[in-house]
Write a protein that binds this ligand. Sequence first.
Ligand code: F6R
Ligand code: MG
Ligand code: MG
Length: 364
Amino acid sequence: MKLTLSVIKADIGGWVGHCGMHPDLMADGEASLAKAKKSGLIIDYHVTKCGDDLQFIMTHTHGVDNSEVHEMAWNAFKSATVVAKKLKLHGAGQDLLVDAFSGNVKGQGPGVAEMEIEEREAEPVVVFMADKTASGAWNLPLYSIFGDPFNSIGLVISSNMHKGFKFEVHDVKESKKITFDCPEEMYDLLVFIGSPSRYSVKAVYSRETGEIAASSSTQKLSMLAGRYVGKDDPVCIVRAQGIFPAVGEVLEPFARPHIVEGWMRGSHHGPLIPVAVREAVPTRFDGPPRVIGAGFQLANGRLVGPLDMFDDIAFNNARQQGLDMADMLRRHGPFEPHRLPLDEMEYTTLPQVMKKLQHRFESI
Ligand code: F6R
Ligand code: MG
Ligand code: MG
């Protein structure tokens, strides 16, 4: 049976400010998805949250980019937005960029990561969800998981991973894509994905069988809307075990927090800190950025889980390191490299300030 795993998320109102998710929105999302399950449109679902983002994890048999599934998710976000508006939550409905749904949530605001698979005898998957960052945040971990033997020893000693993986990379500014065969083209790959504000790893495929191994959301909301409307706070699905890296290899890159864009006003760099779902409530300077991992075994489309993957003392050092990195960056205040380069910030006063002061600039 061909099974589709769809993760669709949106920020439709924060509680309090942009920090968390009100339980009434989750309850409304649950009710919408329960109805969709009862109607047979989806097989199973799990509703969760990461910071101020409402997350729908769903299984069905309709393939990726399916308009009925996307429309149902869109309507569920719309319905929860009504609740958010009643509670006067912050930025109610902010990620629903158009008034009417038109076939596919891609390009309309919600973030989406999907994959169609043939469910294996045992099918472990991890759904990563992040808040206060952007889609390029997955580049470094996906590279580590599927390309770096110092992270994934399976690339060296497991015969079914030894051929390596294919990386599909999207240029989010020019809407173009290219695929790299690794390990041979690793240096070429890194030229691009080392610049995650422009190039994002969209998907990874096994070179052993051609099967999809990972799929991420690559929307850049600020560009979709042509103005700042919120961060794209990305999601990513990763399959594990067998021809794919082990669950432990999939989680391992997050034990070494890296710096991503998206903290305060989408205009600052900060460490991506791995936390349990209950700790994904970014209140310090609206951050620092968080990542959660929901693990499932799939059983004929049933989502057996979640297991809260970062709820493990083994990630305590990573959390501490992340907090130390956050302190170090905060010390820079409005200076780079904490603040993003001028043309990357999601909020800017540069045009107004420049206009006001233009006549005072003299040649030197
Ligand atoms: C939003 C975020 C926040 C906001 C900030 C200002 O995801 O990261 O840092 O950018 O709180 O929000 P507004 O402009 O809504 O007052
Ligand atoms: Mg928000
Ligand atoms: Mg968010």
